[in-house]
Design a protein around this ligand. Structure first.
Ligand code: MG
Ligand code: ZN
Length: 95
């Protein structure tokens, strides 16, 4: 699945609810999910870590939907297949 497909799928399922909640509360939910990932990383099973990684990505997609940000475009712009600071792959600058 491409990032754009993932983002569209999350919009189809959740955009109506995300829109009711609003962008900042959705961003806070994303932070909550990152907290759950930290807990799973420290004390959880591999399955729990996988589940929380998926939650983080889903909530990031929800937030991007509300902000009208195309995740795939934003990601490719910042990470164009090489380090955006030193233009090397792998990165040689350590930034
Ligand atoms: Mg979770
Ligand atoms: Zn670099």
């Amino acid at each position: 699945m491409r990032v754009s497909e993932l983002q569209r799928m999350i919009a189809e399922i959740y955009l109506h609810r995300d829109a009711e909640r609003g962008s900042e509360p959705t961003l806070l939910w994303l932070v909550e999910e990152v907290g759950e990932l930290v807990r799973a990383h420290r004390r959880g099973s591999r399955d729990e870590i996988e589940e929380e990684v998926a939650d983080v990505l889903a909530w990031l997609a929800s937030y991007a939907n509300l902000m009208h940000i195309d995740l795939e475009r934003a990601f490719s712009k910042k990470y164009p297949g090489r380090c955006s600071y030193c233009s090397s792959t792998p990165c040689r600058c350590g930034k």
